[in-house]
Write a protein that binds this ligand. Structure first.
Ligand code: PLP
Length: 387
């Protein structure tokens, strides 16, 4: 079949691919510990789930404006603004089904064929996909372990060109858990102003931080008018299946993104939006509790991984991923991930699911019980000893 250039190079997300493989093994009777998919193991917090169910009973089952219910846009403007020290209006907030639309649609609205888009490698695979669909030119910039997986600024400076239209940042990062320091953001912001490009800041893990807050590039001088913040409810409030996220951007761009939503998804489920209102305005202790739990699990998994032969793992500062270096083990990341799934019954991802620079690494999600994490470490120890 003949497909358009926009879709011929698209490939599945590694996490879904590995999940399908692991599930096939489970169906054949094998016990699998799932550390591949990046989502909270907790159910949605009860106050939010109940608000969603009440909303259905109260008739929130019809279309809403494409950009979302006004009350939720206002609540997000206030909450997301306060958390970052930004003064926002509700017209700058657009709501959609998940955070992903606020990667895809601003890219479609801004990137013209041939425009260059710089994004992190290793990084979330949607970045490359959406640039290809927009017919832009993907320009990966390496993240270096020795710089705690922040941008390699020397490489970045060389990659910026008059054709650079958009730079994508993701802090805290999937897959590395790295947080970009303020000085690095300042360097990128100065470059954005000098070279006149936009920045798309994927801040979906902004609430899952363990040491210090992750600064937002949007707060830096001159950046509010050239930054899109992508954030959402999936990770913070354990709402991955509800599909609720938002973008924060200058008003004129928000209007264009709203039109893309109108003509693609129409609007976001109205009861999901009401549940989102409760998520923001209700108690926040559950988020704080979950972050404490993740911190304990992070410490256990990092310590355990560092005790395995040939494995070195940095301490992630945010999100719920570890990205251990396994290059001393003598197998490609992909072969190692397959071996671990088959031999140890632990599903995890090769670093190459996140780009070429992920070679030599694995990604494990630690949003899982301490029992499962400890058992996974035991199984890894035994499988790696047999290599
Ligand atoms: N951005 C990053 C870095 C992610 O890891 C994810 C989900 O895994 C998303 C965006 C998408 O979030 P959502 O499920 O709300 O669309």
């Amino acid at each position: 079949m003949d497909f358009s250039e926009r879709v011929v190079n698209l490939v599945p997300e590694g996490a879904y691919h590995m999940l399908a493989k692991a599930q096939a093994l489970e169906a054949a009777g094998k016990n699998i510990i799932h550390l591949e998919i990046g989502q909270p193991d907790e159910p949605t917090f009860p106050n939010i789930a109940q608000a969603g169910m009440r909303a259905i009973e109260e008739g929130y089952t019809r279309y809403t404006p494409s950009a979302g219910i006004k009350a939720l846009r206002q609540a997000i403007a206030q909450d997301a603004g306060n958390r970052r020290g930004l003064s926002l209006t509700s017209e700058q907030v657009v709501i959609g089904p998940g955070a992903k639309p606020f990667l895809f649609f601003p890219t479609l609205a801004l990137v013209r064929p041939g425009d260059e888009v710089i994004f992190p490698d290793p990084g979330f695979p949607t970045y490359q996909a959406m640039v290809e669909v927009a017919e832009g030119t993907p320009i990966p910039v390496p993240l270096r372990e020795e710089q705690d997986f922040s941008f390699d600024l020397q490489a970045f400076d060389q990659l910026v060109s008059p054709r650079t239209r958009l730079v994508i940042l993701n802090s805290p990062s999937n897959p590395t858990g790295g947080v970009m320091p303020l000085a690095v953001l300042q360097h990128i912001a100065e470059s954005a102003i000098r070279h006149n490009f936009w920045v798309l800041s994927d801040e979906i893990y902004s609430r899952l931080i363990y040491e210090t807050p992750a600064p937002s590039v949007a707060t830096l001088p001159g950046m509010a008018e050239r930054t899109i913040i992508c954030d959402g409810f999936s990770k913070t409030y354990a709402m991955t299946g509800w599909r609720l996220g938002y973008g924060i951007m200058p008003h004129a761009l928000a209007e264009r993104v709203e039109l893309l939503l109108t003509h693609s998804i129409g609007c976001t489920a109205s009861f999901t939006q009401i549940a989102g209102l409760e998520a923001i305005q209700g108690q926040q202790e559950s988020v704080e509790e979950v972050v404490k739990t993740y911190r304990i699990r992070r410490d256990v998994i990092v310590k355990g991984l560092n005790q395995l032969p040939g494995v070195h793992c940095r301490m992630p500062q945010g999100a719920f991923y570890v990205f251990p270096n396994v290059s001393d083990l003598g197998l490609s990341s992909n072969a190692l991930a397959e071996y671990i799934l088959e031999k140890a019954g632990v599903a995890l991802l090769p670093g190459t699911s996140f780009g070429h620079n992920g070679e030599g690494y694995l990604r494990l999600c630690f949003a899982n019980s301490l029992d499962n994490i400890s058992e996974a470490l035991r199984r890894l120890q035994s499988a790696l000893n047999k290599l």
